[in-house]
Design a protein around this ligand. Structure first.
Ligand SMILES: NC(=O)C1=CN([C@@H]2O[C@H](COP(=O)(O)OP(=O)(O)OC[C@H]3O[C@@H](n4cnc5c(N)ncnc54)[C@H](OP(=O)(O)O)[C@@H]3O)[C@@H](O)[C@H]2O)C=CC1
Ligand SMILES: CC[C@](O)(C(C)=O)C(=O)O
Ligand SMILES: [Mg+2]
Ligand SMILES: [Mg+2]
Length: 337
């Protein structure tokens, strides 16, 4: 099934320039959206708690920072870029009481709509503009005159103009420079969660840590193991990114390619595929969402424990030392916030 892709010529930037936008949250995505919209001539205010650590950063950029309720009351388009688990509370307390017919609420990820945690009144447009990349890259690309591809989705088109509004917003953050694909909240949420759990974050981290453990437990130097299983991963992923797996295989030695073709499927074998299918099932039937919401409500103890274990993995210590030798690792993506 082919998808529709929209570019700058398909979007009317003046639509978003005529709205009052509140960006709730000023983290990875929030800072990128707010600064790029502002630079695109849009009237933006930020909604943050009085106690928020992000307030100073937004104010340093000259942005007007209000509470989430004040920002929502002033705005006619509210983009919610707070953590997924906080969104339903912010919505109930600060946004819903300030919504009028004709307003719009926007999301950067479909979690709360897909799992029914937020239900907007029928007079309000509900849409998503989800850049397919970390917020810091979204901002860096915008500043460099480029953009990160984005997804748009419309959950509720109360005004008849929700899609034009979403495309206009996407143009304001540079998305239509690269290409914007139309999807649904269901498809975006389920594929995004699957991608980050099974492949991009969960799968890749576990693969790297396990490879490092196998080499160091066999007596190889941690420094050498780090280079072989983590450092060079970027070089390989860059090749895949530029030209797919075929381009990567063209560029590596034939020894590496033979090992890839014969050993790769032994590592990610049929049992791993079955586990991936189970993970997808838990996303589709709401098991993961329920577990994550319950974990958050119970104080995130298991999350914090696993986080601390990850930070203490020996690969982190050796990595810190080796990255100190790499003069070119000098422009972290996080330098835009
Ligand atoms: N990270 C990414 O690149 C991507 C994120 N997304 C989606 O974007 C959304 C935002 O994620 P992300 O940018 O990672 O979030 P971050 O964790 O980076 O930032 C969250 C922001 O929300 C603020 N915040 C926390 N609680 C509240 C509250 N109760 N009221 C108002 N503001 C609050 C935080 O402020 P402080 O902590 O200072 O109080 C911070 O500024 C999510 O839906 C996520 O799934 C989608 C694609 C990629
Ligand atoms: C891959 C992680 C992500 O889905 C993203 C940056 O797109 C996220 O939720 O942060
Ligand atoms: Mg994602
Ligand atoms: Mg995600």
């Amino acid at each position: 099934m082919s998808v529709e892709i929209f570019y700058d010529d398909d979007a009317d930037l003046s639509i978003i320039q005529g709205r009052k936008v509140a960006v709730i949250g000023y983290g990875s995505q929030g800072h990128a959206h707010a600064l790029s919209l502002r630079d695109s001539g849009v009237d933006v205010r930020i909604g943050l708690l009085e106690t928020s650590k992000s307030r100073a950063k937004a104010e340093e950029e000259g942005l007007r920072v209000l509470t989430p309720a004040e920002a929502s009351a002033e705005a006619d388009l509210i983009m919610i870029l707070a953590p997924d688990t906080a969104q339903r509370h912010i919505y109930a307390k600060d946004i819903a009481p300030n919504l009028k017919d004709g307003d719009a609420i926007f999301f950067g990820h479909g979690f709360n709509i897909r799992y029914g945690l937020i239900e907007a009144p029928s007079g309000v447009d509900v849409a998503m503009v989800a850049p397919k990349g970390p917020g810091h890259l979204v901002r860096r690309q915008f500043v460099d005159g480029k953009g990160v591809p984005a997804l748009i989705a419309i959950h509720q088109d109360a005004t008849g103009g929700a899609q034009a509004l979403a495309l206009s917003y996407a143009a304001g953050i540079g998305g239509t420079r690269a290409g914007v694909i139309k999807t649904t909240f269901k498809e975006e949420t389920e594929t995004d969660l699957f991608g980050e759990q099974a492949v991009l974050c969960g799968g890749a981290s576990a693969l790297v840590q396990t490879g490092f453990e196998v080499l160091t437990e066999a007596g190889y130097a941690p420094e050498i193991a780090y280079f072989e299983v983590l450092h060079e991963l970027k070089l390989i992923v860059d090749l895949m990114y530029e030209g797919g797996i075929a381009r990567m295989r063209y560029s590596i030695s034939d020894t590496a390619e033979y090992g890839d073709l014969t050993r790769g499927p032994r590592v990610v074998n049929a049992a791993v595929k079955e586990e991936m299918k189970k993970i997808l099932g838990e996303i589709q039937d709401g098991t993961f969402a329920n577990e994550w919401v319950a974990e958050d409500e119970a104080g995130r103890n298991n999350y914090k424990k696993l986080q601390a274990e990850g930070e203490q993995h020996p690969i982190e210590e050796v990595g810190k030392k080796l990255r100190g030798l790499m003069s070119w690792v000098d422009r972290p993506l996080t330098d835009t916030v």
